[in-house]
Design a protein. Structure first.
Length: 258
């Protein structure tokens, strides 16, 4: 903020982990931050700051960032899947962000991959988010155990711990990552058939286990996607890390003002 005082700030752009209506500037649903549900955040910010505000989904912003300066740079059709506390998605189609009629498109984390599966914060069952997110990795590893013991008994256990256990050869941790790849493959196979993208970019903190889930993910895509679009779609790891969403939000904000 100190550096920003040297510049004239023309707008603020927000990328939030929620389903949003970009037309009205309203957060529709934030399963992991329910206090934000229904908040007209653009109105509030414009009133307080006195400058235009632009609202977007965090995964859409990350998709734009990677398409501008990262792993999908120069490609017209790309899908971004972000694996963090939840699972997000962003779609770039024909060189433009695709957000649908209400700005809610791209909720890849809420594709159903297990119809009678785990209850999701969105109210549905079996969403991809419940099988491929950082929180899901911890739950799945614990669920595989006959009973909690040793290192798995730690109440602050996180996905980085599961990754560390897996790299040391722990069978339960490795199986959790295989399951992550299995469910990602189901969802991504369907997306490839539907959208015929040039590239699928996988990002977010829980993508650190790429080497542990990629083989199963590729196998499932091979089972489920048509051969021609599957052969076209490259599977790549995101390049920009946490900067992807920041850069994408800035890009979207600049374009909205120009």
């Amino acid at each position: 903020m100190k550096e920003a005082r040297e510049f004239e700030i023309q707008a603020v752009s927000i990328a939030t982990p929620a389903t949003v209506n970009v037309i009205t500037g309203t957060i529709i649903s934030a399963p992991n931050v329910p206090a934000l549900d229904g908040v007209r955040i653009v109105d509030e910010l414009e009133k307080r700051l006195g400058i235009p505000a632009i609202l977007g989904n965090d995964a859409n912003a990350a998709a734009v960032g990677e398409n501008w300066l990262g792993a999908s740079r120069g490609l017209k059709n790309s899908i971004m899947v972000t694996l963090g506390t939840g699972v997000g998605g962003g779609l770039i189609l024909n060189g433009e962000v695709f957000s649908g009629s209400d700005g809610t498109a791209g909720e890849i984390g809420h594709i159903c991959v297990e119809p009678k599966g785990v209850k999701c914060g969105c109210g549905s069952n079996g969403c991809l988010e419940q099988y491929a997110s950082a929180l899901a990795l911890v739950r799945m590893a614990r669920d595989l155990l006959p009973e909690l013991h040793g290192m798995y008994y730690n109440p602050s256990l996180n996905s980085a711990d599961i990754y560390r256990f897996a790299k040391k050869g722990d069978a339960f941790a490795r199986e959790a990552f295989r399951l992550q790849g299995y469910y990602l493959g189901i969802a991504i196979g369907g997306l490839i058939n539907t959208l015929n993208p040039d590239v699928i970019v996988i990002g977010g903190g829980a993508s650190a286990g790429w080497d542990l889930f990629i083989d199963e993910m590729i196998e499932q895509i091979g089972f489920r996607a048509y051969r021609t679009p599957a052969e076209r779609a490259k599977l790549v790891i995101a390049e920009l890390g946490d900067d992807a969403g920041l850069l994408g939000a800035a890009y979207l904000g600049f374009n909205a003002q120009n």
